[in-house]
Write a protein that binds this ligand. Structure first.
Ligand SMILES: [Mn+2]
Length: 342
């Protein structure tokens, strides 16, 4: 069966209303959209009187975690995953539908299959959820979830504390802003700007969020960026930028693996560059992590579909942002990728 919608948002809203206890999960190493999606669904369930808890497979950046507030999210160690205990009426999987991204909870999810609901905006996925709504036209998973919140009849400002923090709107905005590169990427279209306006009107403090998420780096992270940039090479006549980060780059700078986020975008500042690739030696996982980004169509309507490129390496994602994992040494993988994109 292909990865496409097989139910409606209204049917999912109905199922949630009928549940007593719901588990919400997302892809391992959650980004802003993944964690924002988990938080939004939990808060929406709470607003309709349904118990819900998040199960999130770490690592997860602390600046994102600071948006959890008192929303119940359990952070699972990927190396020693525990399984949810007790009865759950439903499991909701957000921002992914791929088994490769759900490995830690896969046995539990497989056993729950008939009661698993998927809400995703990725083009590719597996038969994880029996019922799913997939809309790749949404700039973030939280943009899709906004429709679910509306179908539930829940106020976007629900869950906010006295200072307006920790609302459904804040969780939705976190996913929307981060997945669209703060509304700069091509997936930020009229609908995304429209939703952003609505969420800001519901009380989201975008300046505080920007500072918390984008301007709270450690110096080690910026030093890691310098290492990545010093590895920069241009291939395919300057149309593709490639960078690599070796194990020594992490050891020397003291930066952590999750601090590579966003580095792949830096070479896109160069005019002729149409796509950028970052290869990272993930020593702990024993794989080379590949990140792909591309610019939207230029004057000639040409663009590089990095979802296709990543698929050639067993990965996937979106047309302009994708990822993959490869076995081998860093240099071997970089050579493989360079040969493929030439
Ligand atoms: Mn997403």
């Amino acid at each position: 069966m292909s990865y496409e919608t097989n139910t409606t948002i209204d049917a999912i809203a109905h199922a949630l209303r009928g549940a007593r206890r719901v588990l919400v999960t997302t892809h391992a190493k959650p980004d802003g959209d993944a964690l924002g999606s988990v938080l939004a669904v939990i808060r929406a369930c709470q607003a309709i009187g349904v118990a819900a808890e998040g199960w999130v497979v770490d690592p997860c950046e602390g600046n994102l975690r600071s948006f959890e507030g008192s929303t119940p999210v359990r952070h699972v160690n990927p190396r020693a995953p525990e399984m949810p205990a007790g009865e759950f009426d439903l499991a909701v999987v957000v921002d992914t539908g791929a088994w490769t991204q759900l490995e830690a909870l896969a046995p539990w999810l497989r056993a729950m299959h008939a009661k698993v609901i998927g809400l995703d905006h990725h083009a590719r996925g597996d038969e994880v959820a029996a019922l799913r709504v997939v809309d790749a036209s949404c700039g973030s998973c939280t943009a899709l979830l906004a429709r679910l919140i509306d179908a539930l009849g829940v106020d976007m400002s629900a869950g906010a504390d006295a200072r307006g923090r920790y609302s459904i709107a804040e969780a939705l905005f976190m996913g929307l802003a981060t997945d669209t590169g703060w509304f700069r990427f091509p997936n930020a279209r009229a609908a995304e700007y429209g939703l952003a306006a609505r969420l800001l009107a519901a009380g989201v403090d975008k300046d505080a969020m920007f500072q918390k998420i984008e301007q709270s780096s450690r110096a080690e992270r910026v030093q890691l960026q310098a290492r990545a940039l010093s590895s920069l090479e241009f291939v395919a006549g300057g149309r593709i930028a490639m960078m690599r980060l070796r194990a020594a780059d992490f050891a020397d700078t003291g930066a952590m693996l999750e601090e590579t986020a966003g580095i792949v975008n830096i070479p896109m500042e160069v005019a002729p560059v149409r796509a950028s690739i970052l290869a990272v030696d993930d020593v702990a996982a024993g794989v080379i992590k590949l990140s792909f980004r591309s610019k939207p169509a230029d004057g000639d309507g040409a663009f590089i579909d990095v979802n296709e490129v990543a698929a050639r390496f067993g990965g996937g994602g979106h047309v302009h942002a994708a990822g993959a994992k490869q076995k081998g040494t860093l240099d071997e993988v970089v050579t493989r990728v360079r040969d493929a994109v030439r």
